[in-house]
Each structure stands twice: as C-alpha cells, then as structure tokens.
Design a protein around this ligand. Structure first.
Ligand code: 8Y7
Length: 274
C-alpha cells in the first residue's frame, strides 16, 4: 500500500496511540473500536500515513515487553490495513514487533532508536519495508535530565549518517530510509530550537525527512501553554519545517496540518526533496 517513497508532495502522518486499557477483556473491543473510529476521522481529514505505537516513548515512560507490544499493535495494524486504504507505519524498536507488524500488514517502520536494538537491523533488512531512523540521546526514562551536545545539528547529523551506513552495510537499500532529528528526544529547548532553525542541513543526506513537533514540550515552553493549547504553535513549527524541506509531518491534528501543508506546498512548488 505504501507509495514506494515518492515524495513529490509533503505528507501528513497521523498519530494513533494505542493506550493500554485497564479493563482486561471488556476493554479490548472498545479500544480497537475507538482506534478505528480515529483512523476513519483522520482519513476524512486527509491523512497519508497512520503511525501506530504500542510503547510509550514520552519522557519518563517505562519500557514495555515485546509480547505486550505485539498484542497491542498487531491486531490494530491488521484491522486498519484490512479496513482502510491507508499506509500504516509502526512505531517500535523491537525486532519481534517489527516482524509481527509487517506480517499484520504494516507498510513502514518508525524506530526512535534507529535500529540499534538487538536484531532490529537484521529484521528491517529481511522485511524490506521503509524505515524511519530517528535520533534520540539516551532513553525515554531519563533522556530529558541533562541532554548535552557539542553542536547539536552536527552531532545529530553524524549519528544519522552512521545509522544510514549501518543500514546499508546489512543490505537495506538507501531508498528505503528516512531520517528524523527526533525533536524532544534528549534535547533541551535550545537544542530543539536550533535543530528547527537548521533543519535544512538534514537535506544534505539526500533522504526524505520526517519531523514530529506536534504538541511537544518545546512548543509549550515557548508559549507557556499546556498540551491542549499547543495547536497553533505546532502548526507554526510544522510550517518552518516544511519550508526547509520536511517531507513528512507527524501530528495529532491532521485536518489543521493538512491546510498548512497545502499552503506551504503552494508556495514552495515542486522540488521539495532537494
Ligand atoms: C516522534 C516519533 C514520537 C518523532 C518520529 C510524541 C514515536 C512523542 N515522536 N517518531 N515518536 N519522530 N519519527 O510526542 O518526533 O509524539 S512519540
């Protein structure tokens, strides 16, 4: 289903969170049902890719077992890919989840650990689907404690170049890769703002660029606003990213983002990848 990574226009990736339900049996059906209703709404709003995640990677979050993650993600991926004509991305770092997700119909992998977990490189190479390599300093549990860089953009670029090389070394074709500087993942406010200001430098890798800033703390810190009041700030940040060549914007608010993508696209015209 995935359009073989032709980025002639910027795309919107809608975030679908699979929240674990405290009700063991009864909860499952409503959980799946409300997730599918959310996908349906995102499709009406013009979403291009739905990103399904079974592990919380929010700052301070705890790890989830592979089995739990598979049980959360696989049935949902299967239901979405059977029911809807949309590309499905799975947000995971675990080789077993990657295999189960692609078997269930996932079109793309989104790994905040850039395939550094045991067996992940090999799994991605075997599965042959596109993979987004994201930069993170540290682990979610502790990454915001004291992030440090010599030159944040240069350091993140060097890391991503290294991961692209590691992928190519195990036979993952370059045209299957996307990169993402990982806003908010082991970065201070000033690191995040610098990365956004210098985002165009990531185009030097010649790979599609994915950006996720939706409702993140960097927006909250600048505006001094809680999560539910960060939409306008998120749209401004997404516009700045699009202006510098971002190819996919990962967001909660699909309809609003679709408007600014169209606007940016109209101003930029063709040639968004270079
Ligand atoms: C990102 C992400 C999250 C991001 C990519 C949140 C899973 C935190 N952020 N994946 N995931 N890029 N590629 O606030 O920025 O959505 S989770």
């Amino acid at each position: 289903m995935f359009m073989n990574l032709i980025f002639d226009r910027p795309m919107v990736m809608g975030i679908l969170n699979v929240t674990p339900d405290s009700f063991s049996d009864g909860g499952r059906f409503t959980e799946l049902d409300s997730a599918l209703a959310h996908v349906e709404q995102m499709l009406k709003d013009g979403v291009d890719i739905v990103d399904v995640g079974g592990e919380s990677t929010r700052p301070g979050a705890m790890a989830v077992s592979e089995q739990d993650e598979i049980e959360r993600v696989a049935p949902l991926v299967e239901a979405i890919s059977h029911r809807f004509d949309v590309s499905v991305s799975v947000d995971t770092s675990k080789a077993g989840v990657m295999r189960a997700a692609v078997a269930a119909g996932a079109d793309m992998l989104n790994d905040v650990r850039a395939l550094q977990e045991e067996g992940a490189l090999l799994a991605a190479a075997e599965l042959g689907v596109p993979v987004c390599l994201m930069h993170m300093q540290g682990e979610p549990r502790s990454m915001q404690i004291k992030p440090q860089y010599d030159d944040v953009t240069e350091d993140v670029l060097r890391f991503l170049r290294g991961r692209v090389d590691a992928c190519q070394a195990v036979g993952i074709a370059r045209d299957k890769l996307l990169i993402d500087p990982g806003f908010g993942f082991g970065k201070s406010l000033s690191h995040n703002l610098t990365l956004l200001r210098e985002l165009a430098r990531f185009k030097s890798l010649g790979l599609p660029l994915l950006v996720g800033v939706s409702r993140k703390s960097m927006i909250g810190a600048v505006l001094d606003k809680p999560i539910e009041q960060r939409l306008y700030g998120s749209l401004a940040a997404a516009s700045l990213a699009l202006w510098q060549g971002a190819n996919i914007i990962r967001v909660h608010d699909v309809a609003a983002t679709k408007d600014i993508v169209k606007l940016c696209q109209a101003v930029l015209g063709v040639g968004l990848l270079d």
